[in-house]
Ligand binder design. Sequence first.
Ligand SMILES: Cc1cc2nc3c(=O)[nH]c(=O)nc-3n(C[C@H](O)[C@H](O)[C@H](O)COP(=O)(O)OP(=O)(O)OC[C@H]3O[C@@H](n4cnc5c(N)ncnc54)[C@H](O)[C@@H]3O)c2cc1C
Length: 464
Amino acid sequence: MNLVWFRNDLRLQDNPALHAAADRGPVLACYLLTPGQWRRHRMAGARVDFILRSLRYLSEDLARLNIPLVIEQANFFDDVAPVILSLAKRFKVSAAFWNEEYPLDEQRRDEAVADLLLASGVVVNRFHDRVIAPPGTVLKSDGRPYRVFTPFKRTWLQLADAGVPDILPVPAAQAAVPIPSSAIPETPAGFSTGVDPGLWPAGEREAMKRLRLFGRLKLKSYPEQRDIPAVAGTSILSPYLAVGAVSPQQCLRLALQHRQEAGEGAACWINELAWRDFYQHLVVAFPQICKGRPFKTETARIAWRDAPHDFERWCQGNTGVPIVDAGMRQLLATGWMHNRVRMITAMFLSKNLLIDWRRGEAYFMEHLIDGDFAANNGGWQWSASTGTDAVPYFRVFNPFSQAARFDPEGIYIRRFVPALKTVDTADLHDPLRLEKVRPSGYPEVIVDLKKSRLAAIAAFKSVG
Ligand SMILES: Cc1cc2nc3c(=O)[nH]c(=O)nc-3n(C[C@H](O)[C@H](O)[C@H](O)COP(=O)(O)OP(=O)(O)OC[C@H]3O[C@@H](n4cnc5c(N)ncnc54)[C@H](O)[C@@H]3O)c2cc1C
């Protein structure tokens, strides 16, 4: 028997581990719930719910191929290896197959599983599906990893252009095997969510539908629309990429297919896929990132403010800065936030409020349906100017100017902050005017923007 261990690759198409296992056949699939580790990694309830719903579709799709899906539990990653070994023994597994995950804890888990399986005579086969170019393949001419995105992208594009592999097909159905699939478990304790599952239909078919619609209807206008949070101008595929209901290769293929008519739109979207790969590569090349350390080591000495009350106001979207509050409320209501607003809210916390970016990083993970360690850490370190190739520390977004530029009519702000529905647009984008007409249900601006900007710059300067 060949065991495919599904993780964040919950799809049949373009799944190298499944494809290789099916070539050898017969196949048994497994998935492990690790609720203790998920808690430690601060996984959002919305994401856990999305995983469980995705598993339901995966199990049905696998059943059509006569592949049973066995679901087990191992509280922490440290407990995983014996559970996989026991599965391997129970079902007489001779070879195991999985697609790589790159953060340090996941790598350590997989090494332990591989060691135990190999010691028991089970062959281990590992593949790359989470990135377009596997970590270690995009290197500088001296063989070292890139720290800066633009040259990384240049080399990455050469690889991507040189030959995009064919999308792997769904394997053919195998002869039935006498192993029943597990029922999909209930949500583990501690992962409740207020996010409406109707906002995020799960499954591979849904992901492909969204990808194709994006390619047909939105890719062309992506460069103009991608920064406008009031419109759905981006693919909104991140939750699907995070659980692997769609692969980045499938996204790249689609962009290349539409390259002719979408022109700059395709290039611009491919650029985002490159950023995604870049951050995955960084966690492998610089694993200290996975230990809560900033990429720029000197920024570890910044005297972050201990301001629990301010942090709580930021978390709940009560800062009195409309675009920040709209973003934080979008996150709480939907489990997702527009990229432009992620940057604005992250920079506001780490610069204007001078609160440690790691607190914001953790809070995002606790709420994002698309929470992905590499992308989230990369986005936070970029915004907080602690990362490689981050925004320069002296470039602090003014959230009111950002709102005037990217939400000029205030449509996004009013959608998520109903207290501001009746405020004139010009007043929304000016802190002094807003204070004069501020509705009673909406708080005063939490901090003086000019002074806090200068304080942040000084804090960064002081550590060199
Ligand atoms: C502070 C902060 C935290 C973030 N946390 C996450 C996270 O936990 N998970 C996550 O998937 N993305 C994260 N991002 C990146 C980005 O905001 C989201 O990927 C994007 O908003 C998802 O929307 P979309 O699918 O419509 O993206 P599109 O614009 O359609 O882009 C397509 C795909 O490319 C990838 N992508 C796009 N932009 C980026 C980027 N800047 N960095 C890395 N990948 C990118 C995503 O997988 C996305 O689905 C974060 C960004 C910031 C600034």
